[in-house]
Ligand binder design. Structure first.
Ligand SMILES: [Zn+2]
Length: 215
C-alpha cells in the first residue's frame, strides 16, 4: 500500500486527537507528507475510527493518487502549507479554547513564554469559507515563520517535522488558549513584553551549566 506507514500514523493520531478532546468526531483533519505525496484523512470520516486504506493519498498538486474515499475538504489548506513551509505534518482542529480565541481576537496575546515553542505570537488568519483557496492563502500567511495559527471563527492549525510534533503543537496551542481564556475570567491577563520574550529566547540558547561536584 502506498504510504502505508504514513496512513497508519494518521489512524493512530486520529484516535489521539479525539481521545485528548482536540477533535469532536469529524471536525478536524490531519496529513503527512512524504516527498511529492501527501496522506490525508478522508472527508466526513470520524477521526477515531480510521483504517489505513480509508485515508486517501494525493500529490502536492491535489490529484487523488490512491484510496477509494475523497480527501478532507481542507486538503487545499494542507497543500498550501506544504507548498510554503518545509514541514512534514499538519494538524487542523476545532478545539474549544482555540476556537474561542479565534472568534474574539486577532492574535493570541503572549501571556506565557511557551508561546515561543510555536515560533512566536500566534496569529489569527482572516476568515474565509472552509475548504476554499482563500482560506488556504490566509492560513499560509498567518503561519509564516510559526508552528501554529488560529483560523478566525473556525479553529486552529499546527505543523511539525512529523505527526507527533504537529500533534504536540496542537496540544500546546489549545493549552495556551485555555490559559488565556481562563485568565480573562479572573482578571486582565498581563501580557509579556517583547523584551521579556527576547530574554526567554536568550535564556533558552544559553542554559545554565551546573558544575559536577568533585570527589
Ligand atoms: Zn475546519
Amino acid at each position: 500500500m502506498l504510504l502505508a506507514e504514513q496512513r497508519r500514523l494518521l489512524c493512530e493520531y486520529g484516535r489521539r486527537v479525539v481521545g485528548t478532546g482536540l477533535v469532536l468526531g469529524t471536525s478536524g483533519n490531519l496529513s503527512v507528507r512524504a516527498g511529492d505525496l501527501v496522506a490525508v484523512t478522508p472527508a466526513g470520516g470520524a477521526l477515531d475510527r480510521l483504517e489505513p486504506e480509508s485515508c486517501p493519498v494525493v500529490d502536492v498538486e491535489g490529484h487523488l493518487v490512491d484510496g477509494d474515499l475523497q480527501p478532507s475538504s481542507e486538503t487545499p489548506m494542507h497543500l498550501a502549507v506544504y507548498a510554503s513551509a518545509d514541514v512534514r505534518a499538519v494538524v487542523h482542529t476545532h478545539s474549544t479554547f482555540g476556537t474561542v480565541v479565534a472568534t474574539t481576537m486577532t492574535e493570541l496575546p503572549p501571556i506565557h513564554y511557551n508561546t515561543l515553542l510555536l515560533g512566536g505570537i500566534v496569529r489569527v488568519a482572516d476568515y474565509a469559507t472552509y475548504g476554499t483557496p482563500e482560506l488556504a492563502a490566509n492560513v499560509r500567511a498567518a503561519l509564516d515563520g510559526r508552528r501554529a495559527a488560529l483560523l478566525a471563527n473556525h479553529g486552529g492549525v499546527t505543523v511539525g517535522d512529523d505527526l507527533e510534533a504537529a500533534f504536540e503543537a496542537a496540544r500546546l496551542l489549545e493549552w495556551l488558549c485555555e490559559v488565556y481564556v481562563r485568565a480573562r475570567s479572573v482578571g486582565e491577563p498581563r501580557v509579556l513584553t517583547e523584551e521579556q520574550l527576547a530574554e526567554v529566547v536568550h535564556r533558552s540558547r544559553n542554559p545554565p551549566r551546573f558544575p559536577r561536584r568533585e570527589g
